[in-house]
Design a protein around this ligand. Structure first.
Ligand code: AN7
Length: 364
């Protein structure tokens, strides 16, 4: 097959950028959509609001609109290398969108198992568009993942959920990018937690870079679960998880132990945020910083507000003196999950096409 390669390391995806840290050989055919290298955006309004220096790592600008692409490029490249002809995953939406895209790129088929009626519109639309074989089950994500484990163990389907270590290895590149851009690790890293692969991956990335002397410190990892889907926080399986943040509607996370280890080793914390806090943070970030994220992603910002404002927070920033740098990962793009916002939108009535009517309409 004919291939074209540019000479730059940039814009060629996370495997080419961080090849030496990833389990790939020269001979591994890289399946990439130029994921990664996402903006670490300094947020002046957010920093002012909380009295700290805050950056947002905007993972919504990845090729399929979420952080999943970092792990998927590696998982699919390795699956193809091992001779897989079909992939399978369970998903709350974003994993399926990403798996479907990278499968298409690799020329292999993709089966996605989804909780019926619980996938945000944009994500389901993506899985269709990329040509995945979609199965909706009468059950939640945890049921879907159980089925995937059973089907994957049976043989010819390669599992690309984050129980596949290649996914975690690919996702750790987000921590590398943050250290490369800041010149050191931040003091605090806040992120949403669902199946707990991402917090596991970030912690692995920060530790690896630190061990190599690329950073002088390690951040405290602070994870946020939706209050109705918070098994790690409550330390028990949630049989019927519920939250408006459908991406993190997970009651029995696969990387539970690893997430606990990341939190304990980093002297971080796990906390909960309510659906109201999540949606308020989503609106706040869009309207004050111009960054529109999906509800699950806004959990990190809702969590930041909680750490700064509330005495009940598992981690109170009120006790921390001096300058510290905070990174909040926002994991997925707002356009993926338009349903809540559509509900809030006022009906748009047209006006005559005159300057005066337009002036009147906007209150000038
Ligand atoms: C936007 O797509 O689990 O804690 O199946 O889509 O690594 O699971 C998605 C998870 C946060 C939680 N933000 O990350 C799936 C899936 C968004 C997400 C998470 C997800 P993990």
């Amino acid at each position: 097959m004919h291939t074209e390669r540019t000479t730059s390391k940039f814009g060629r995806g996370v495997i080419e950028h961080y090849r030496e840290y990833l389990p790939v050989a020269e001979s591994t055919a890289v399946i990439s959509l130029s994921e990664g290298d996402t903006p670490l955006v300094f947020c002046p309004q957010l920093s002012k609001r909380v009295g700290r220096v805050v950056f947002v790592k905007n993972e919504g600008v990845n090729p399929t609109g979420s952080f999943k692409d970092r792990g998927m490029t590696l998982a699919v490249s390795k699956a193809k290398e091992r001779g897989a002809t079909a992939l399978i995953c369970a998903s709350t939406g974003n994993t399926s969108a990403s798996a479907a895209a990278y499968a298409a790129r690799a020329g292999i088929s993709c089966v996605v198992i989804l909780p019926a009626g619980k996938i945000a519109t944009g994500k389901l639309l993506q899985a269709f568009a990329y040509g995945a074989k979609i199965v909706a089950i009468d059950g939640n994500f945890d049921d879907a993942l159980r089925l995937v484990r059973e089907l994957g163990e049976a043989g010819d389907l390669a599992i690309v959920n984050s129980i596949n270590p290649d996914r975690i290895a690919g996702q750790k590149t987000a921590a590398f990018e943050i250290v490369d851009v800041l010149g050191d690790a931040p003091d605090f890293h806040l992120l949403p937690v669902g199946n707990a692969g991402n917090i596991t991956a970030y912690w692995a990335g920060y530790r690896e870079y630190h061990a190599l002397g690329r950073s002088t410190k390690l951040p405290a990892m602070i994870g946020f679960q939706a209050a109705g889907a918070a098994p790690i926080f409550y330390n028990r399986i949630v049989e019927q998880p519920e939250t408006v943040a459908s991406a993190i509607r997970i009651g029995n996370p696969a990387s539970w132990k690893q997430a606990r280890a990341a939190i304990n080793e980093s002297h971080g914390a796990i906390d909960v945020v309510s659906d109201e806090e999540i949606l308020a943070a989503q609106t706040w970030l869009a309207q004050h910083e111009g960054i529109f994220v999906e509800p699950a992603s806004a959990a990190s910002v809702a969590g930041l507000f909680k750490c700064c404002d509330s005495k009940d927070a598992a981690y109170s920033f009120q006790k921390i003196q001096g300058q510290s740098r905070i990174v909040c990962t926002v994991t997925g793009h707002g356009l993926k999950d338009p349903d809540v916002i559509i509900g809030q939108m006022k009906e748009l009535k047209s006006v005559p096409a005159t300057v005066n009517d337009v002036r009147r309409a906007v209150g000038l």
